[in-house]
Design a protein around this ligand. Structure first.
Ligand code: ADP
Ligand code: MG
Length: 251
């Protein structure tokens, strides 16, 4: 149970002359939940995108499950098919839900099983309905996205990511675009996933949620991991001045 599901070593990424990730080392146990916090511009989204290979690191190693990539000048560029297989292991949920407006809720969740996994329609439908049940929206399957609240849209986006049956779920400020009264239902869905044993990395400004649901908190600043420890310890008794200063904005 303590096996690492995600392991990152020596990860670096620059955009032009801007060093956004500087030698990041980071791991998440199987079934572990890590909250990634830090000021705007500290590199949280870039780190998450590297885990999904939406951003290609300049150097370092990333493994998810039994698949590993080594980035650097001496390593060959990973093949497209290997990248796709790797990417399919991580489900990503963004601040903006990006649902397909011309498809029903069910159509949105069936899309990847049908087109990426090439499942037969009946099996894709069953899988999609099972994921919609998980997020409490099976009864909305035939509605169009524009008829849903922001919280419901985000729960559909979570179901859509789950329909790839990923080994890891990555959340990038999944509740930041929501009206305050809709945040709770999305956090509840995330909490249920965590309780069910999903390995998760959550970028969030919901500090109370992070303290309660994450087992570890990683605080980043300027492309570096500044503090990494048990969630309650980091929130209640931060060891670094930078962490303390950041957290003071939330009280
Ligand atoms: P965070 O999510 O913690 O706010 P980001 O990872 O989004 O931080 O960004 C870290 C830094 O990298 C910022 O200065 C941002 O402007 C820059 N950055 C992110 N993506 C790109 C990109 N594609 N091109 C150039 N600069 C980028
Ligand atoms: Mg970000």
């Amino acid at each position: 149970m303590n096996r690492a599901m995600i392991e990152i070593q020596g990860l670096r990424k620059s955009f032009g002359t801007l060093e956004v990730l500087r030698n990041i080392n980071f791991s998440v146990a199987q079934g572990g939940v890590v909250a990634l916090i830090g000021p705007s511009g500290s590199g949280k989204s870039t780190l998450l995108r590297c885990m999904n290979l939406l951003v290609t690191p300049d150097s370092g190693r990333i493994s998810v499950g039994d698949m590993e990539f080594d980035f650097g000048s001496r390593s060959p560029r990973p093949r497209t098919r290997a990248l796709a297989a790797f990417r399919a292991r991580t489900g990503m949920v963004f601040q903006s839900f990006n649902l397909f407006g011309h498809l029903t809720v069910l159509g949105n969740v069936m899309e990847a099983p049908l087109r990426v996994r090439r499942m037969p329609a009946g099996a894709a439908r069953d899988l999609a309905m099972a994921q919609l049940s998980k997020v409490g929206l099976a009864d909305r399957a035939d509605q169009m996205p524009h008829t849903l609240s922001g919280g419901q849209k985000q729960r559909v986006a979570i179901a859509r990511a789950l329909a790839m049956e990923p080994q890891v779920m990555l959340f990038d400020e999944a509740t930041s675009a929501l009206d305050p009264e809709l945040v709770g239902e999305v956090l509840a869905t995330m909490r249920a996933l965590a309780t069910a044993g999903m390995t998760m990395v959550i970028v969030t400004h919901e500090i109370a949620f992070a303290r309660e649901v994450a087992d570890r908190i990683v605080f980043m600043r300027d492309g570096l991991v500044v503090e990494d420890g048990p969630a309650r310890d980091v929130i209640d008794n931060p060891q670094q001045e930078a962490t303390r200063s950041f957290l003071s904005h939330f009280h």
